[in-house]
Ligand binder design. Structure first.
Ligand SMILES: Cc1ncc(C[n+]2csc(CCOP(=O)(O)OP(=O)(O)O)c2C)c(N)n1
Ligand SMILES: [Mg+2]
Length: 381
């Protein structure tokens, strides 16, 4: 826990009486206990050991899954990574303006979840959503053109990085207000239930959004009205430069869902098979029983919060440690061990990914900027 927070906790804990267990404790014993409660950051070594233990289950999941789909999942992750790396490169040349939040390190989440859906299921996300938009079916060309502010972009060049949208693909944004999409998702799930469409609504948000009132109001209503919604907390343990330990009194997001009676699961976000497995169960619960689920998926972003993040709040050692659990490397290893792919297959996947990104770049570069008339279209206020 950072020193400043530890100090703040200590200075406010002046009582000698520990009300939780009724015993007499010194102030320092109480504050040590608080430190332990507040600081339960995932320990990388522990996560690695757990993953090794889980490999057997993972291999079983791999065996039960169509090899074509497994290759497709790896294929979704690799161009997702290469796309974002290219965005970073191009951003630095000034061709992309405005905010730009990259997804590098979190690819197993979008892939494990979005390859488990029906095409008509609805997805809504935060501003960190280029990869979700692509896997949900918006062409990489349209996503990149949107980043360039070009007329051929997903929303005609008027939204930029944070506002991908496609009614046709049932992808409802790209939202810049932290937590704002959680309320919208709840309304979407209500509409689907009301209209009996059997669509499931999936809502992606970060762990910092959980501190917003809208999260709590939405979860309460979702369980009360039995809505077919899946709330996906991508817990990368930082909200901009603030670590979760400094901002959240109880760091288990999954436990917060329990207070509303919502089914919940804590998932390793570096393991795409675990993400997919948890999603399949949540989808079944939503589709068959019309009940919500919250998934807390632990992950880590390898890049800064956005392209303008100086990154002074964490050490390069910490980043390197998490990079040892790179979701693409882990999945590639598992598929190789299970003999689903060879090194040659992987080289082909990388080549296809490169081609996809190059095609998107060419398209974005060659596309025109919107006409001045566009300033007056799609304006509702
Ligand atoms: C209501 C609101 N408050 C503050 C901000 C500024 N802000 C933008 S991103 C962010 C952090 C969000 O972190 P998290 O939800 O964990 O998502 P992550 O960026 O880690 O994916 C903040 C505070 C905002 N956009 N909206
Ligand atoms: Mg976060």
């Amino acid at each position: 826990m950072p020193k400043s927070t530890a100090t703040r906790q200590r200075s406010t804990t002046t009582t000698n009486r520990d009300s939780a267990n009724g015993s007499n404790k010194t102030a320092s014993e109480v504050s040590d206990k608080i430190d332990r409660i507040v600081t339960d950051k995932v320990d990388v070594e522990q996560a690695k050991a757990e993953y090794q233990k889980r490999k057997k289950t993972q291999r079983n999941l791999i065996k039960q899954t169509d090899p074509k789909l497994l290759k497709e999942m790896l294929f979704q992750m690799v161009p997702g990574r290469r796309f974002e790396e290219k965005c970073a490169e191009v951003y630095r040349t000034g061709k992309i303006g405005g905010f730009c939040h990259l997804y590098i390190g979190q690819e197993a989440i979008a892939t494990g979840i979005l390859t488990a859906l029906r095409p008509d299921d609805m997805v809504i996300a935060s501003y960190r959503s280029h990869v979700q938009a692509i896997i949900k079916g918006i062409a990489p060309e349209q996503v990149l053109a949107e980043l360039y502010g070009k007329a051929t972009g997903a929303v005609k060049g008027k939204g930029g990085s944070m506002h991908m949208f496609s009614k046709e693909r049932e992808f409802y944004g790209g939202h810049g207000i932290v937590g704002g999409q959680i309320g919208i998702a709840t309304g979407m799930a209500f509409a689907a239930k009301y209209k009996k469409t059997e669509q499931v609504t999936l809502c992606f948000f970060g762990e910092a959004a959980v501190n917003q009132g809208i999260f709590h109001e939405s979860l309460n209503m979702a369980q009360l009205w039995k809505l077919p919604a899946i709330y996906i907390c991508e817990n990368n343990i930082y909200g901009m430069g603030t670590s979760q330990a400094r901002a959240m009194s109880i760091s288990s997001v999954a436990r917060k869902a329990e207070s509303y009676g919502i089914a919940n699961e804590f998932v390793d976000g570096m393991d795409v098979m675990a993400v997919r497995d948890a999603t399949l169960k949540a989808i079944e619960r939503a589709r068959k029983e019309s009940l919500p689920t919250l998934l807390e998926i632990r992950t880590y972003r390898f890049m800064g919060h956005s392209m303008s993040d100086p990154g002074k709040y964490r050490t390069s050692e910490e980043i390197k440690k998490y990079q040892e659990r790179d979701p693409i490397v882990l999945f590639r290893e598992s598929l190789t061990e299970a003999k689903v792919i060879s090194d040659k297959d992987y080289a082909e996947i990388e080549a296809r990914a490169k081609e996809t990104v190059e095609k998107a770049i060419k398209f974005a570069e060659e596309s025109p900027f919107p006409d001045a008339d566009e300033l007056f279209t799609d304006v509702y206020a």
